[in-house]
Write a protein that binds this ligand. Structure first.
Ligand SMILES: Nc1ncnc2c1ncn2[C@@H]1O[C@H](COP(=O)(O)OP(=O)(O)OP(=O)(O)O)[C@@H](O)[C@H]1O
Length: 271
């Protein structure tokens, strides 16, 4: 843990590898890195929730973010969306430093997030909910086409006129994922999308996420505790512990790692 916003903004303080990647992207020398953090710190009072994790996402990859309770997973996603302002450090997206951009500018750049708390309107139909994210952005025939795309992305064809309150919890989550995807992001962040869902509902969410990843090339970061679900969807897994990246690898490598088992089972949550 070190530094402040002003010292982290000094190009001399940026990790050389990160500077090279960001500079390469900015000059058109494209690598596959979509998002990269550098020296990122978030403190709440005296407590450090994010401690220079050096987190990266490649274009089109489906990455799951796991870790004990309080490891800093949600905080990291909120720093990426701009919901939280970092105490220090930088975030690069598609070659640009987006650290100081407000959340709506990040959405325009292609970062979209579905939060843990459901946000569909129960008294509106599936179609009416589906038009909400784009209603001020898209008009005419394009709007109808985008609404149909959103409903297809949610896997809710045939439910167009059903009030969202009549959908199952899993279908509501599907609708939210479709709505988050309707902004045509390159990166979609999901915070525990299958918490509290049945096995069948989890399968519905896994189908939506993998379809959007494979058919539209959307990169995902998915916070998830359920390793069966992670094994079903993830290309790669990052383990966060005490605000820092603890391990990265495939789910089978992560599950076999005794140190990962220790931080989950031994120490449990963060103090
Ligand atoms: N707004 C806040 N104010 C103060 N402390 C916070 C705030 N948000 C998060 N924290 C603290 O930061 C740490 C990381 O929280 P965070 O929610 O990012 O963890 P998490 O890994 O997502 O946990 P969980 O798996 O339980 O959702 C926790 O100790 C939490 O209490």
């Amino acid at each position: 843990m070190s530094g402040s916003r002003s010292s982290a903004d000094d190009p001399q303080n940026i990790d050389p590898d990160v500077r090279e990647t960001a500079a390469g992207l900015a000059t058109g020398d494209r690598s596959d890195t979509l998002l990269q953090t550098d020296g990122l710190i978030k403190q709440f009072g005296g407590f450090t929730a994010t401690d220079e994790p050096g987190f990266a996402v490649e274009e089109g990859e489906l990455r799951c973010l796991i870790g004990p309770n309080g490891a800093g997973k949600s905080t990291l996603l909120k720093l990426i969306t701009g919901t939280h302002e970092p105490t220090a450090g930088s975030i690069y997206y598609d070659g640009d430093d987006i650290t100081d951009l407000p959340p709506h500018e990040r959405v325009k750049r292609g970062i979209s997030m579905k939060f843990q708390v459901p946000s569909v309107y129960g008294d509106l139909t599936v179609r009416e909910n589906a038009q909400l994210p784009i209603q001020r952005l898209v008009t005419g025939d394009d709007r109808n086409r985008r609404i149909e795309e959103t409903i297809a992305a949610a896997g809710l064809e045939g439910y167009e006129d059903v009030p969202a309150s009549d959908l199952s919890h899993g279908q509501q989550q599907q609708l939210e994922i479709g709505m988050a995807a309707s902004l045509q992001p390159d990166l979609l962040l999901l915070d525990e999308p299958v918490a509290g869902l049945s096995v069948e509902e989890r399968r519905g969410i896994a189908d939506r996420v993998t379809a959007l990843n494979e058919e539209r090339g959307i990169a995902f970061v998915v916070i998830e505790h359920d390793t069966d679900f992670v094994a079903e969807i993830a290309d790669a897994v990052t383990v966060l512990h005490r605000g820092d990246v603890f391990r990265e690898g495939s789910i089978s490598e992560i599950e076999a790692d005794p140190e990962v088992r220790r931080i989950y089972l031994g120490e449990g949550g963060e103090e």
